[in-house]
Design a binder for this molecule. Structure first.
Ligand code: HEM
Length: 353
């Protein structure tokens, strides 16, 4: 995480030198999208990072296509016709599958050839491949089994679920700190006190209480996932309501997060102090913050996301002060996840010249 973030920051420093000024404007939405893509690619594919990144780039294009077609009029059967749009989508899907398959096959080969030791690597792919190749008796015992298609699907899910969400968490945190300068100062003081100019390790990250509170407040005000959908598998009671079997229910997270009944009169304001005594005591209901969902299908990557948020924000706060560019237009928009429609242009000023 830190290495990817420092590489992004180096790029900013080079831009500053080129601009020969004392500050530089960067569009943070794009910066963070690239950064979180790099981080999740490293986590998933480790040494096969470059090939893995290619897979994710294709996946991003496929996702853009999926978003674009949401607003199209749907003609039954059109998805099977060899239109230009469909042909491009098919090519992308084939390329993604082949590249992923090649990565997996070359890992298997490196173990057979003895290039690698006993494991397939300590990245996510390596761990999943370890599960798929343990002896079948042990597999049954542990209930763990993954075939090639499942491994490929898991890699795609992790990227899809963990990339844009975390990038928007960082973007909105940066936005909130750029318009709440006293909080930017407070969290910078905390980072410098606990970590100095060093790279924060797990122990230091756990001491960044204010940074944590700011991230939670950003998740509340600008929750990346604004709505969850569930289907009732049987008739059930929800409060006073009877929900018939097969009813689809939308759970509006963004509305719950700004509901004055739970959060008080300042529900629409930025006030990280509400999290001073932890998430459960921040509102009148212990589960009023549902950005990561709750229950058995809750986000599996929530600790990873918060750790990423703290690491990235700490490294930026150590090196830059920042403010909102006059070009910024406030237009949060839902494109599967909540993002600033026109990006987030930020003016970055180095703290040590
Ligand atoms: C700020 C960042 C994140 C937010 C707001 C977020 C939010 C969520 C939410 C709301 C769900 C539940 C979706 C549903 O039930 O319909 C979910 C599921 C999931 N998330 Fe995240 N997520 C974040 C980061 C991550 C990261 C970094 C990873 C991976 C490293 C990840 C992996 C997953 C996976 C695999 C699931 C599916 C879990 C399951 O169905 O069992 N997420 N996430």
């Amino acid at each position: 995480m830190a290495a990817c973030t420092l590489s992004m920051i180096n790029g900013w420093q080079e831009k500053l030198i080129e601009a020969k000024g004392d500050c530089v404007e960067m569009e943070m939405g794009m910066e963070f999208k690239q950064l979180t893509a790099d981080i999740i690619s490293y986590t998933t594919f480790g040494t096969s990072f470059m090939e893995g990144k290619e897979v994710f780039e294709i996946q991003m294009e496929l996702m853009e296509r999926a978003i674009a077609s949401i607003t199209d009029i749907f003609i039954p059967g059109i998805q099977y016709l060899p239109t230009r749009w469909n042909r491009r989508t098919w090519i992308l899907k084939r390329r993604m599958r082949n590249t992923l398959k090649n990565i997996i096959v070359s890992r298997l080969k490196s173990k057979v050839d003895g290039v690698s030791d006993t494991s397939y690597g300590d990245d996510l792919l390596g761990l999943m491949m370890g599960l798929s190749t343990i002896e079948s008796s042990k597999r049954e015992e542990s209930g763990l089994e993954l075939n090639m298609d499942e491994i490929m699907d898991e890699c795609k899910t992790f990227f899809l679920a963990g990339h844009e969400t975390t990038s928007h968490l960082l973007t909105w945190t940066m936005f909130l700190l750029s318009i709440n300068k006293e909080w930017q100062e407070k969290v910078r003081e905390e980072v410098l006190r606990e970590c100095g100019m060093g790279i924060p390790d797990a122990d230091k990250l756990s001491k960044l209480k204010l940074v944590n509170m700011v991230l939670l407040e950003a998740l509340r005000l600008y929750t990346p996932v604004i709505v969850l959908v569930r289907k009732a598998t049987k008739e059930m009671k929800l409060g006073n309501l009877t929900i018939p079997k097969n009813t689809q229910i939308s759970i509006p997270l963004a509305i719950i997060h700004r509901n004055k009944k739970y959060w008080g009169e300042d529900a629409n304001e930025f006030n990280p102090m509400r999290f001073a005594e932890g998430v459960k005591k921040a509102a009148k209901h212990p589960n009023a913050l549902v950005a990561f969902s709750i229950g058995p299908r809750a986000c599996i990557g929530q600790n990873f996301a918060i750790m990423e948020g703290k690491t990235v924000m700490a490294l930026i706060l150590q090196r830059f002060s920042f403010s909102l560019s006059p070009d910024y237009k406030h237009a949060p928009t839902d494109r599967l996840t909540l993002q600033p429609q026109y990006g987030l242009p930020i003016l970055l000023k180095p703290l040590q010249v």
